[in-house]
Design a protein around this ligand. Sequence first.
Ligand code: ARG
Length: 618
Amino acid sequence: MIPRSRLFQVELGISLVPQRQKDGAGRKVRGEGREFLISDWFAIHFRDRVSQLSRVLDLPPENLIKSISAVPISKKEEVADFQLSVHSVLECSNGHSKPDIQVQARRLAEKLKCDTVVSEISTGPGTVNFKINRELLTKTVLQQVFEDGINYGLKSELFSGLPQKKVVVEFSSPNVAKKFHVGHLRSTIIGNFIANLKEALGHQVTRINYFGDWGMQFGLLGTGFQLFGYEEKLQSNPLQHLFEVYVQVNKEAADDENVEKSAREFFHQLEAGDKQALSLWQKFRDLSIKEYVQIYKRLGVHFDEYSGESFYREKSREVLRLLDKKGLLQRTKKGTAVIDLSGKGDPSLSCTVMRSNGTSLYATRDLAAAIDRMNKYNFDSMIYVTDKGQQNHFQQVFQILKLMGFEWAERCRHIPFGVVQGMKTRRGDVTFLEDVINETRLRMLENMAFSKTSKELENPHETAERVGLAALIIQDFKGHLLSDYKFNWDRVFQSRGDTGVFLQYTHARLSSLEETFECGHLRNINATCLQDPQSISILQHLLRYDEVLFKSSQDLQPRHIVSYLITLSHLTAVAHKTLQIKGRLPEVAEARLHLFKAVRSVLANGMKLLGITPVSRM
Ligand code: ARG
């Protein structure tokens, strides 16, 4: 019994074929119509072992699989490869008395026997530990990493039986003409990560950007543009120009009632569908999106749909009619309409869905958007990514959908995140996404100017941008998404700390190893050359990757993957020093190269999931 069934039933497709099963040329031979792979071999062995365990424990084998995990590596000592949590096993066995856990662990370990796969059985605190035949472990892990490539870890049995779902992820969602603040940046990178992860797990993902492209701000903007707008500026730099106009008109409106009045009128025209007003609005929207698409590209982010609040102006009316029909709409004295969410008429727990002039609100439009997306995509789950300030808003929207009788409201989920303080660029507060990216690139270029290798880069700007963005993303993903944090450019870019720069640096170093040395075929490597503690630690760590992905897939928190990749990079830094390649026996060099190549592959996979583009030089 080994890898939480990964090693026992699993798909560790390795072609470590016993000699006699190779043909003269050393090729794999086919038995029973398919290749005899090590996975089959494991499967047979581990099935036996699981059934042995399940007999000893009087538990169904399925319960055992969940209780087995790869052992996290330790700096201090060599660890076993897999562990069975005796506690969780005992928890499953209802009706059994629960004597001292350690005694149980020892008793259990005594009843189990080593074989060709498991070379050592021992006990740890509350666990029975298994050490796998070293050569087998080495070959199996490496083979699996290379065979599965970008899907390494995702084919794990931990994800087996996972039904393919239709998932809608709504993220980024900035407001036209308003500031793009740090919250939007977080939504963009977190949403992108969630969408990447869901996609990697085989789900059908639709990425939606829901622009704030409706509301009074367009009244002001329409009026403002007539007063101080320039067509050329709008065309060449729409986001900047619209923002300038917006700031200026806001100032004027505060002093001049007429400006305010004309803004209100303009918005009324928009709401009434006035052609001229709408065409100006459409131009603002189109040009803004065009510029955004370019900037998102720099971030490596794309969307399947650029939706927005404006789409739901008409449909909001239908929602109001439906709410009325269901008897949920209550008129207030002020002429607005609310939904009572307390069930007892408590006004503090009500949600306003209509203004006194009959127009819709943010919540009304979100109701219409959710219903529309359900009709369009028939999603199994829909995820909204915004800062935690909107938690209440989304809970209300979901609750109203439920009251309307939409059972699928349960499939909607809000992923909230915390506030970032103090992100400033040299131009001041963050106003545009582009500013953040430019600032990141600039600072990284300055840092790189000190490094010798960077001077020879063909495309220093692009590299600086990729490394800088990695730094930004890792800094943001390190902690729990809900936590607030204080932003610090210096900390973000430390090359030695646990930063994105460190991950990129590790990736670049590994890439250059691959460029420098020729790496032969895996089947020819001698696994006995990778039995030193550094190699074993790396292999053991690679073995855990699927568990880490699994954790992140459960709570949608990227930090598990981040800390995994940082540990992997630390292990690599040590191995780099101790496991030299140059001047070593070809057999040793070859084996080490394969190990490093496997690390680079997994490192790159993890970085890409997080939304980082790995660099091969820096
Ligand atoms: N545009 C909004 C804002 O900047 C975020 C939109 C979030 N998504 C939604 N469906 N309400 O605050």
